[in-house]
Design a protein around this ligand. Structure first.
Ligand code: COA
Length: 258
C-alpha cells in the first residue's frame, strides 16, 4: 500500500516504518496518524513481519502533534473527533514488538509515539521533551502517564512543567531509552537488534510483550499471576520443546511459531 506521509519497507521479517513529513519535522497530523495506525495494523497481520521499527529522519523522529492543524480547533472539534484517542489505542494494541529508533527531535506527540512503542533506541543526537505547556495545553497521547512510568514523578513533572528538552545521555540514565548509539550507526544497530528478535519464536516475543506491559497496567499480584500463566502456557508449544532440546543438544534452535 502506498502512503503519503510514511515510507514502509519489509525486509528480512522487519517492517521499517519511516515517518516522512520532512517539511514539518514529521509533525503528527491526522493523515500521518491514520496512515501510521493502518501501517502498524498491516504489519501486525503480515506473516512476513516479526518485528516492527518506527523511525523518523536524522533531524527529527517527530517534533510533536501538528500545531498548524490543531491551532484553529475548538474543544468540541477535538472532543467529538476524540483527537489522538482512536489511533493511539490502535497502536497500543499492536501485538508484535515495536522498536522506536529515535534521532533528533522527539517532542510532544513524537515522544508519546516513541513511548507507545515497546522500547526506544536513540541516536546521541536525540532530544526528548513534552513542551505542550509552552502552547498552553497539556500532553494528550499518554505523555503524563507513560513518561511518569518510565522516569518517575519528579523528572516527569520537571519535563512537563518546564517544557525543557532531555538529551540522549539523560534519557538513557533515567530509563526512557534502552540504548544510545552514534547517529551514523543508529539504523544499522537497530536492524541488528531487530534481527535478534526475528530469530526468536514469535509466540515467545508476543508473550513477552503482553507480560511486560502488564507490569505497567496492573497490580504486582495480577501481573505476576498473568506472567506465571503465560509461562505455563508456553509449555503447550512446539517451540518450547525445540528451544530446550536445542540447548541440551548444544545447537541453535529452529523455531516454527508453533
Ligand atoms: N507542528 C507543525 N509544524 C511544525 C512542528 C509542529 N509540532 N514542529 C516543527 N514544525 C515545522 C515548523 O513550523 C517549520 O515549518 P516552516 O518551515 O513552514 O516554518 C518546520 O517544521 C521546521 O521547523 P523550525 O521550527 O523552523 O526548525 P528549528 O530547527 O528552528 O526548531 C524545533 C526545531 C523542534 C525546536 C521547533 O520546530 C519546535 O519547537 N517545534 C514545536 C515543538 C512542540 O511544541 N511540540 C509539541 C506539539 S504538541
Amino acid at each position: 500500500m502506498a502512503y503519503e506521509t510514511l515510507i514502509v519497507e519489509v525486509e528480512d521479517y522487519v517492517s521499517l516504518i519511516r515517518l516522512n513529513r520532512p517539511d514539518a519535522l514529521n509533525a503528527l497530523n491526522s493523515k500521518l496518524m491514520k496512515e501510521l495506525s493502518a501501517a502498524l495494523q498491516a504489519a501486525n497481520r503480515d506473516d512476513n513481519v516479526r518485528v516492527i521499527v518506527v523511525t523518523g529522519s536524522e533531524k527529527a523522529f517527530a517534533a510533536g502533534a501538528d500545531v498548524r492543524e490543531m491551532s484553529e480547533k475548538s474543544f468540541t472539534d477535538v472532543y467529538f473527533d476524540n483527537l489522538f484517542g482512536v489511533e493511539s489505542e490502535i497502536i497500543a494494541r499492536v501485538r508484535k514488538p515495536i522498536i522506536a529508533a529515535v534521532s533528533g527531535y522527539c517532542l510532544g506527540g513524537g515522544c508519546e509515539l516513541a513511548m507507545l512503542c515497546d522500547f526506544i533506541i536513540a541516536a546521541d543526537t536525540a532530544k526528548f521533551g513534552q513542551p505542550e505547556i509552552n502552547l498552553g495545553i497539556v500532553a494528550g497521547m499518554g505523555g503524563t502517564q507513560r513518561l511518569t512510568r518510565f522516569v518517575g514523578k519528579s523528572k516527569s513533572m520537571d519535563m512537563h512543567l518546564t517544557g525543557r528538552f532531555m538529551d540522549a545521555a539523560e534519557a538513557e540514565r533515567c530509563g526512557l531509552v534502552s540504548r544510545v548509539f552514534p547517529a551514523k550507526d543508529l539504523m544499522a544497530e537497530v536492524m541488528k537488534i531487530a534481527q535478534k528478535i526475528v530469530e526468536k519464536s514469535l509466540l515467545s516475543s508476543m508473550a513477552v510483550k503482553e507480560c511486560v506491559n502488564r507490569a505497567q497496567e496492573t497490580s504486582l499480584a495480577e501481573g505476576l499471576l498473568f506472567e506465571r500463566r503465560m509461562f505455563h502456557a508456553m509449555f503447550a508449544t512446539e517451540d518450547q520443546k525445540e528451544g530446550m532440546a536445542a540447548f541440551l543438544e548444544k545447537r541453535q534452535p529452529q523455531f516454527r511459531d508453533k
